[in-house]
Design a protein around this ligand. Structure first.
Ligand code: PHE
Length: 507
């Protein structure tokens, strides 16, 4: 029987007359062959829509235990023992136990002795009375209770206590209801619609349909939407920090670049080992880029071949074919050089600028626990008049302070496109050790001059990976747990939001 069946039964019962009531749902359910719990569920549902009104009832009554039922059916233990002894004349205790069972023998013997119905004769027990001469009080009490519909007042307090002690009865309390018609009573339940559907609109059923009221207290459903990958969370933080520092984001939505922008414009010689297929992924189709700004190309070629701006260049034959090769960019500095070229050649001429980007780069690396063939680079640059190395150090210090790293050390390094170049080491408060956290430098005049930037414009720049700080932040030691097809979805779903301790605000 379903809740709906019970609903129907209740409404039908109440349809007899406006005054009809269900006095008590408990006996009513029993006599209607319905499960009381289901009836109560149906009443709650009907009550919510005001089909019925209810009064709460609480009824206590006695119920037989298994033992109580058995006594009612077969007689008490003492009567069973007395019967057995009268049948046999006399019995030893083990024989009696074998005949009536251990439990019955134990309780029955005790009670028979107390009532002086039996006595001991050496090792044996002999009856003193006949079972039809004595009264089976317990059975009579139980019979009386059953006749009185198990009502509480059918037993005296003392009898109730005795029967409970003998584990014949239990007191049961049932919560039930008195049910009568409610203000919205109808003999049949009209199902209220929870949603306005297309079908209702098509058929016109919406005009007569009854709708459920909004339940503003119901808990919202868990939104099964997307989850941000930890790298994206850290990227969002870095982006916020760099924007706060006045940096503008560069358009890095292009993974394929020409060697010209990725290397040549950065004054990286064409014979540089990084330009080998062992380090760089070259594109097969299309293998060559379509165009480069020709005038600028010529100036870059000249810079490589014979130099300028006080430099003697690399003194080799610059090959166009090499410059035109397409590749997956090995660093976002390929975008920085295009942005600087634009900055130098924009209408109105050069204006100071601060740029940043956070995006993917590709390198043909041997993969291990900390290296993949692709990663994300965070890159920043400032182009302005007469900048010095001090400006670079200051800018880098401000940036790292904002992600909670206050102690920095700089180590001379080499990049083809920067001079001086510095590796950045930071004392990591989480790891409690010095680690390399980035690379930086001032772009060489050999790179800036062919672009057409004014002579006293200097460009300071730095770069770091996004993976490194993310792995430290989220305590991930193998990069394969962070990026790629082996990443556990749950890890992404449960990753907390990323917040960096800004050391500039507390200073
Ligand atoms: N392009 C460098 C790298 O790939 C990072 C860098 C950017 C270094 C700007 C100096 C200046 O590591």
């Amino acid at each position: 029987m379903t809740t709906e069946d019970s609903e129907t039964a209740i409404l039908t019962f109440l349809s007899a007359s406006p005054e009809t009531v269900i006095e008590d749902t408990y006996p009513w359910s029993q006599s209607s062959n319905l499960d009381h719990k289901t009836v109560v569920g149906a009443i709650k549902s009907l009550l919510a829509d005001q089909y019925v009104v209810v009064e709460n009832l609480e009824t206590s009554f006695y119920a037989f235990t298994e033992e109580g039922q058995s006594i009612l059916d077969n007689g008490s233990q003492e009567i069973l023992v007395l019967k057995a002894l009268n049948e046999a004349g006399k019995l030893s205790i083990p024989d009696l136990q074998a005949k009536v069972g251990k439990d019955v023998a134990k309780i029955g013997m005790g009670n028979c002795m107390k009532a002086k119905w039996i006595k001991k004769d050496g090792q044996d027990l002999v009856p003193v009375a006949k079972e039809d001469e004595v009264e089976d009080t317990v059975r009579k009490q139980l019979q009386g209770l059953s006749d009185a519909d198990f009502k509480i007042d059918a037993l005296s307090d003392q009898d109730a206590k005795d029967l409970k002690r003998r584990k014949c009865i239990n007191l049961v309390t049932v919560k039930s209801h008195r049910v009568s018609r409610g203000p919205a009573y109808q003999p049949q339940r009209v199902k209220k619609a929870a949603d306005l559907t297309k079908e209702m609109l098509d058929s016109g059923a919406w005009e007569t349909a009854e709708f459920k009221p909004y339940n503003f207290l119901v808990l919202g459903e868990k939104v099964g939407g997307g989850f941000l990958h930890p790298l994206l969370k850290v990227r969002a933080e870095f982006r916020k920090i760099l924007m706060e520092m006045g940096f503008q984001e560069m358009p890095t939505n292009k993974w394929v670049e020409s060697s010209f922008w990725n290397f040549d414009s950065l004054f990286q010689p064409q014979s540089h080992p990084a330009r080998d297929a062992h380090d760089t992924f070259f594109i097969k189709e299309p293998a060559q880029t379509v165009s480069v700004p020709e005038e600028y190309y010529e100036r870059v070629r000249t810079m490589h071949e014979i130099g300028g701006a006080g430099s003697i260049g690399y003194r080799y034959d610059f090959r166009r074919e090499e410059a035109m090769k397409n590749l997956l960019r090995t660093h976002t500095t390929a975008v920085s050089s295009q942005m600087l070229y634009k900055l130098a050649n924009q209408p109105g001429g050069f204006k100071p600028a601060r740029y940043f980007s956070i995006d993917r780069v590709f390198r043909n690396e041997t993969m291990d626990a900390t290296h993949l063939c692709e990663f994300h680079q965070v890159e920043g640059l400032v182009a302005d008049y007469n900048l010095s190395l001090g400006d670079l150090i200051g800018t880098i210090e401000t940036f790292f302070k904002k992600i909670g790293i206050t102690q920095l050390r700089f180590k001379p390094a080499f990049n083809p496109y920067t001079e001086p170049s510095m590796e950045i080491f930071g004392y990591h408060p989480d790891l409690k050790k010095w680690t390399e956290i980035g690379n930086s430098g001032m772009f060489r005049p050999e790179m800036l001059q062919p672009m057409g930037l004014p002579e006293n414009v200097r460009v300071i720049a730095w770069g770091l990976s996004l993976e490194r700080p993310t792995m430290i932040k989220y305590r991930i030691s193998n990069i394969r747990d962070l990026f790629g097809h082996k990443v556990e979805m749950a890890r992404t779903q449960n990753a907390p939001i990323c917040r960096f301790e800004d050391a500039t605000s507390s200073a």
